[in-house]
Write a new protein. Structure first.
Length: 364
C-alpha cells in the first residue's frame, strides 16, 4: 500500500473543511516525519509547538519549540511491564513544564500550533490534557497522536473538527475501476495505446492509481489493453458492450469478490496528467467523509475521476443505457464534495491526436 505524501494529505485536508489535522499510527509509522513535512504547508507561518521524544533506557523529554527549553517529563522504570518504553511520568513534568509550554503556544501569534506527539504518558496528566484542549480551542493544531486504546486519545481523534489520517491504514477499503472502454472515434484509432512520453496512454492511469486501492479492475473493449493490464497483475474485464453504463456495471461486479468496499473510484484512462497525489487525496478525503461523493475541481470546474461511496453502488449498477455516474451525482447534489486542485491540466482528456501533443508538451 502506498504511503501518502504530505502533499496528498494537505490536499485532502484543505478540502475537508476541518479545523485540525491529526496524524495517527503505531510506533514507527512515520508520524513525526510526516508532521515535519506538513509543517512546510503552513509557511510563511512558523507555528509554535512542543516536541516530545523517548530515549530508551533513560526517559522521555519535552521541548518547547519556540524557545528551545526542554525538560525531562518521564523516567525509565524497568519494573514496568508491557511492550511500550516502560516510562513513568515525573511529578512536575507534563503538569508543570508541559502544561505551561502548551499555554505559551496557545497565546502565541499565528493560527497554527504543532504537537509531536500525544501518547499514553501525556494522558496521565490532567493538567496537560486540559492545556491540550485549550490549545485546540485557541489554535488550529497539527499533531501526531499515538494509536492507543485510551479514552482521551480516542476522543481527540474523534472530534468533529478533526481531519484524521491513520498512517498505518490511510485509504480505507476502497476499490478502483479503470475505465478504458472508449472507442477512440475522434482519435482515429485506439488512443489508449498511443504513446505519451514514452508509455502507452492507458499506463498513465494505471500508474496514477497504483498501490492505493484494495482492488482494481480494468474494463476495456481492447484485447491489447486487456493484455497490458494482465501483464501487470491487474484484473481485467474484456467486453463488447456499447455503453458507459455497461462498463460501470461490469467494473462494479468484478470488484465485489472479497471484503465489502467502502467506496469506488471510477478513473478514465485518457487523462495523462492526472497525478497520483490527487488520486491519493481523493481516497484520503473519502476515508475522512465516507458517505460523500468526491471529485477533483480546478477553479471550481469539476472533473474526473469520481469516487462514489458504497451506498451509490446499486444506483450505479442500475444506470440505463446512455447514462453515466453524473446521473447519480445530479440526484444527490448534497452529497457531492470537491477536492480543490491547482492544475486544471490534470483534468484534461485526450480526444484527438492534437490533444495528445498538447498535453505531452504541458508542464515541460
Amino acid at each position: 500500500m502506498l504511503r501518502p505524501t504530505a502533499s496528498s494529505i494537505w490536499l485532502a485536508f484543505r478540502s475537508s473543511g476541518k479545523r485540525h489535522l491529526l496524524l495517527t499510527g503505531g510506533r514507527g509509522s512515520g508520524k513525526t516525519t510526516m508532521l515535519r513535512a506538513l509543517t512546510a504547508f503552513l509557511a510563511p507561518e512558523v507555528p509554535p509547538g512542543v516536541t516530545s521524544w523517548a530515549e530508551p533506557g533513560r526517559g522521555v523529554f519535552l521541548q518547547e519549540n519556540a524557545t528551545g527549553a526542554r525538560r525531562q517529563v518521564g523516567v525509565f522504570d524497568p519494573a514496568l511491564q508491557g511492550p511500550e518504553n516502560r516510562m513513568r511520568p515525573l511529578a512536575d513534568g507534563f503538569a508543570g513544564f508541559g502544561a505551561a509550554a502548551l499555554g505559551h503556544c496557545a497565546e502565541a501569534p499565528g493560527d497554527w500550533a504543532t504537537v509531536d506527539e500525544v501518547g499514553y504518558l501525556e494522558t496521565t496528566s490532567p493538567a496537560y490534557t486540559a492545556a491540550l484542549e485549550k490549545l485546540f480551542a485557541r489554535k488550529r493544531v497539527l499533531a501526531a497522536v499515538r494509536r492507543q486504546e485510551l479514552p482521551f486519545l480516542r476522543a481527540l481523534c474523534a472530534r468533529a473538527d478533526v481531519f484524521l489520517v491513520d498512517l498505518d491504514a490511510p485509504f480505507d477499503l476502497c476499490g478502483c475501476v479503470l475505465m478504458a472502454s472508449g472507442l477512440g472515434r475522434r482519435f482515429g484509432g485506439n488512443k489508449l495505446l498511443a504513446d505519451f512520453r514514452g508509455r502507452p496512454l492507458v499506463q498513465c492511469a494505471i500508474d496514477a492509481t497504483a498501490n492505493i486501492f484494495a482492488r482494481r479492475v480494468l474494463v476495456t473493449r481492447s484485447a491489447e489493453v486487456a493484455a497490458l493490464g494482465r501483464r501487470q497483475g491487474i484484473r481485467t474485464v474484456l467486453h463488447a458492450e456499447p455503453c458507459r453504463a455497461d462498463a460501470i456495471r461490469l467494473g462494479l461486479a468484478a470488484l465485489q469478490e472479497g471484503p465489502a468496499l467502502t467506496g469506488c473510484l471510477f478513473c478514465p484512462c485518457d487523462q495523462p496528467l492526472l497525478r497520483r497525489d490527487t488520486v491519493a487525496a481523493l481516497a484520503l478525503a473519502a476515508a475522512g467523509e465516507p458517505d460523500a461523493i468526491w471529485r477533483p475541481a480546478a477553479g471550481g470546474a469539476a472533473g474526473a475521476p469520481v469516487l462514489f461511496p458504497a451506498w451509490a453502488f446499486p444506483a450505479l449498477a442500475a444506470l440505463p443505457a446512455g447514462r453515466g455516474g453524473g446521473a447519480v451525482i445530479r440526484k444527490n447534489p448534497d452529497r457531492l464534495r470537491l477536492l480543490a486542485i491547482d492544475d486544471a491540466m490534470e483534468l484534461a482528456d485526450v480526444d484527438r491526436p492534437e490533444d495528445l501533443v498538447r498535453l505531452a508538451a504541458a508542464g515541460k
